[in-house]
Design a protein around this ligand. Structure first.
Ligand code: SF4
Ligand SMILES: [Zn+2]
Ligand SMILES: [Zn+2]
Length: 350
């Protein structure tokens, strides 16, 4: 098969768009989609200046997604003094697995000359995930503990590093899975939260400028077409998040990392056991195979619904509780003790 752009031999066939692309044109299409998402989401604020740049902290795990995101953002903004990039990696205390992926993070950030910070659960909380899994005082999946600790680290360090935004490498498959899970659980409040935390544009007008039909291919459903112009609310208790890779299918992220020979670590965490998400993943694969473009259309409808759910939220509703401070660590929480401190107490008591 030949590349539809240049006639070289095609390396990939994107069923959802019908396009065959060579290595170079696949990478170009991925770059374009990430840059368009950055633009559409209004990530670069009008008031960012070289003297007072917008600081973006990238959650860099060393897996293909965050490595590709870091590479593309670096290439996009290296010459733009209004944006400052900082990479933040977390070592959860998972022997072997995380040591190797951290090597990939170090290699990448040294190559690119990006500031890189590494935070260890062991230093922060005096726990290691390998031990947490053994003790398991709450009879939960490993990821349920790990996610609470990760959120705490990310928001504290994002603050400490002066982050204006926290960027993560979620791809189209990740987001479509989350959307489907929220649909299937009937969780409209969760949809509104998802929108406020990471989906909505920063500036309600940004979508008016989007460029359609530049024929770069690989765009599939065009999730932005269906979205409303509702911008997300300011959240004074969180550094806002963004996911510039969320229009790019997982497979294309993996190919991009391979074609560009990026230092990405590919094995899975030994404690990964999100059973429900695994089921959804299988379902999504099947749907996409039989009906190419399903992930894009799920996201198009979901973003619109999540936006409506978010704008319809009653501020006095219990979905937006008053945030106070955890009496032990000061983290924002609606309770006396935050979830992280509760889990640490339970682990201590084992
Ligand atoms: S898979 Fe689960 S346990 Fe492993 S690093 Fe991710 S969240 Fe933590
Ligand atoms: Zn080509
Ligand atoms: Zn706390």
């Amino acid at each position: 098969m030949e590349c539809d752009k240049c006639g070289d031999s095609a390396a990939v066939h994107a069923e959802y768009s019908g396009l065959h692309l060579c290595e170079g044109h696949l990478c170009q299409a991925v770059d374009k989609r990430v840059r368009r998402r950055v633009r559409e989401d209004g990530l670069v604020p009008d008031d960012a200046t070289p003297e007072d740049p917008d600081t973006w902290v990238i959650g860099l795990s060393g897996g293909k997604d965050s490595v590709v995101l870091t590479q593309i953002l670096h290439e996009t903004f290296d010459e733009d003094p209004r944006i400052e990039l900082v990479a933040l990696s977390i070592h959860e205390g998972i022997e072997g697995y995380r040591d190797e992926s951290l090597d990939a993070c170090v290699e990448l950030t040294e190559d690119l000359g990006i500031r890189h910070e590494v935070v260890h659960y062991e230093d922060e909380f005096d726990v290691r995930m390998d031990d947490v899994v053994e003790d398991d005082p709450e009879s939960m999946a490993a990821c349920a503990y790990c996610g609470v600790f990760r959120r705490d680290v990310l928001s504290r360090y994002a603050e400490e590093l002066g982050a204006d935004k926290l960027l993560t490498g979620h791809n189209l498959d990740d987001e479509a899975e989350t959307a489907l899970m929220n649909f299937l659980e009937g969780d409209v409040r969760q949809m509104a939260k998802h929108f406020e935390a990471s989906l909505g544009p920063f500036d309600g007008d940004s979508r008016a400028e989007e460029d359609h039909g530049d024929g770069d291919g690989g765009d599939g459903g065009g999730s932005s077409d269906a979205a409303t112009d509702h911008a997300r609310e300011d959240q004074d208790h969180h550094v806002p998040r963004a996911k510039p890779l969320r229009d790019v299918p997982e497979k294309e992220v993996a190919l991009y990392a391979r074609f560009r020979d990026l230092p990405a670590h590919i094995t899975e965490c030994p404690h990964a056991e999100e059973a429900y998400r695994g089921e959804i993943q299988q379902l999504m694969l099947k749907l996409e195979e039989n009906h190419p473009g399903t992930r894009h259309s799920i996201m198009a409808g979901y973003e619109e619904l999540a936006s409506l759910a978010s704008s319809a939220q009653d501020p006095d509703d219990e979905a937006t509780p008053d945030f106070g401070e955890c009496e032990r660590c000061g983290a924002p929480t609606a309770r006396d003790l935050c979830r992280k401190c509760g889990l640490l107490d339970a682990l201590e008591a084992v």
